[in-house]
Design a protein around this ligand. Structure first.
Ligand code: SAM
Ligand code: SF4
Length: 472
């Protein structure tokens, strides 16, 4: 079979990263191999995100760069997948004449069939059909690359929550969970190919399995925790309204579960939360934070906040700032509200002007920066157990450390903080620390990372720690 090259541009969340990996898997039997060069590609896929206007623009601007490549190589196949594909469907084929395939979020397992047809017949296809079945892929075939330490595993798709600002239920469909056996099998295979950490993905992992009568999410975590050779478990996202006592207890009971929860609050104002259809109050949210910190005092808590939701008053925004001060998040993802087609809030009155939104964003970011640095600085002098993921990005250090000549490694703490460090033994570049578990003494804190030195130049052997010396 002739070797063919596939270039994928993945825009958006971790779920899209996972879906892109499934696309690579599906296309492997057709002879496609991933390429980092767009010019060399025989097949280009843009896996799109519709969550905010900005992400949608990014997809169209990428597509705008492609007609030259198609002119040079008329056999080139150009595909649009993901949430924008689901939302716009056939309209994309009408608007962009050089696109060959539009495939929605439920068409992933029909991708190879469509590519085969396009190659043979040079037809154009739009497939945005939604199904009630969860897509299960055979997990055999493409193991994780040898230097991949951490992987995403989607455990459920879609969402039933219908937050009024959000497009996800409209483009990903109703919530549906994968069978636990299938999730466990996939993780076992990943571990077999060297993966040590998995992040379980779902729009609201707390409701995993409920509709289908499968096991609960805390029960699934217990099963994952038993997988031999796996070092760390993370998950995202947890909806505050459904964060159960059992899940909170898992932070104390499961040694592989990392000490970090991403718990999106969206707003600190009860009136905004109500109009967002979030189904919890500020008070309930704070109560859950309290419970988490009682069970796991060092747990890192991160969140998402939307500013400038329609009708958000100065008092509403102040309530958000107050909540941020009260919780002291480890870090925060902040978003300016963006109207989304199909999402009810697009039709809400009292839209907030961009200049007000931007000013509120700036104020919120400045406040959070203070707490992020405060949390990071508190770790200076401590020793943290790091799972090494690879080389750090040089720019993190520029101007902050003189004489940047040696190898800098990067990894994460259980609390999901990035730690960069130098290992004297790997200066010559002849040994790799990727996948090693190393204790690092933290010497400096920045707003997005920490800098330290390994306490012992010998990395801890894989499999020795994790069970006892490391407790999340
Ligand atoms: N399922 C997760 C939850 O319930 O929190 C969130 C998933 S969404 C992919 C990630 C974040 O995007 C949301 O938490 C929200 O803060 C932000 N977001 C979603 N829709 C948005 C919109 N229309 N405008 C601005 N931000 C939005
Ligand atoms: Fe969107 Fe709300 Fe579902 Fe999260 S829970 S994906 S914000 S509708």
């Amino acid at each position: 079979m002739n070797k063919k090259y596939l270039y994928i541009n993945t825009i958006g969340c971790q779920m899209n990263v996972y879906d892109s990996e499934q696309m690579i898997r599906c296309l492997k039997p057709l002879g496609y191999e991933i390429s980092q060069s767009i010019e060399a590609a025989d097949l280009i896929i843009v896996n799109t995100c519709a969550i905010r206007e900005k992400a949608e623009h990014k997809a169209y601007s990428f597509l705008g760069r492609l007609p030259g490549l198609k002119r040079k190589n008329p056999d080139l196949i150009i595909c649009v997948g993901g949430c924008v594909a689901q939302q716009e469907g056939r309209m994309i084929l009408g608007r962009i004449p050089y696109v060959d395939l539009v495939f929605g979020t439920h068409a992933l397992n029909r991708l190879s069939e469509h590519i085969r047809n396009i190659s043979l017949k040079r037809c154009r296809i739009a497939d945005v059909e939604m199904t009630r079945e969860i897509m299960e892929f055979s997990s055999s075939g493409v193991p994780a690359a040898c230097d991949e330490v951490s992987k995403f595993v989607t455990i459920m798709r879609g969402c039933d929550n219908y937050c009024t600002y959000c497009v996800v239920p409209h483009v990903r469909g109703p919530e549906i969970s994968r069978r636990p056996e299938s999730v466990i099998e996939e993780i076992r295979e990943l571990v077999g190919s060297g993966v040590q950490e998995v992040t379980l993905l779902g729009q609201n992992v707390n409701s995993y399995g409920i509709k289908e009568g499968l096991c609960s999410f805390p029960e699934l975590l217990k099963l994952v925790n038993e997988i031999e050779g796996l070092f760390r478990i993370r998950f995202t996202t947890s909806h505050p309204k459904d964060l159960s006592e059992d899940l909170i207890a898992a932070f104390a009971g499961l040694e592989k579960l990392c000490s970090h929860i991403h718990l999106p609050v969206q707003s600190g104002s009860n009136s905004v939360l109500k109009r967002m259809n979030r189904k919890y109050t500020r008070e309930l949210y704070l109560e859950k934070i309290d419970r988490l910190r009682k069970i796991s005092p060092d747990i890192a808590i991160t969140s998402d906040v939307i500013v400038g939701f329609p009708g958000e008053t100065e008092d509403d925004f102040k309530a958000t700032l107050d909540l941020v001060k009260e919780v002291e998040f480890d870090s925060l993802f902040t978003f300016g509200y963006s109207d989304r087609k199909n999402a009810p809030a697009a039709r809400f009155p009292d839209k907030i002007p961009d200049n007000v939104k931007n000013e509120r964003l700036r104020e919120l970011l400045e406040l959070q920066e203070y707490y992020t640095l405060k949390k990071n600085s508190a770790l200076v002098g401590s020793t943290e157990l790091i799972l090494v993921e690879g080389f750090s990005k040089k720019q993190d250090f520029q101007g902050e450390q003189e004489g940047f000549t040696c190898v800098h490694w990067t990894g994460r703490t259980s609390t999901n903080k990035i730690v960069n460090f130098v290992d004297e033994n790997s200066l010559s570049g002849d040994s790799t620390l990727i996948g090693k578990r190393i204790e690092v003494k933290i010497e400096k804190a920045f707003s997005h990372s920490l800098l330290g030195k390994p306490v012992d130049s010998k990395p801890m052997p894989v499999g020795v720690i994790g069970e006892e010396s490391y407790a999340a």
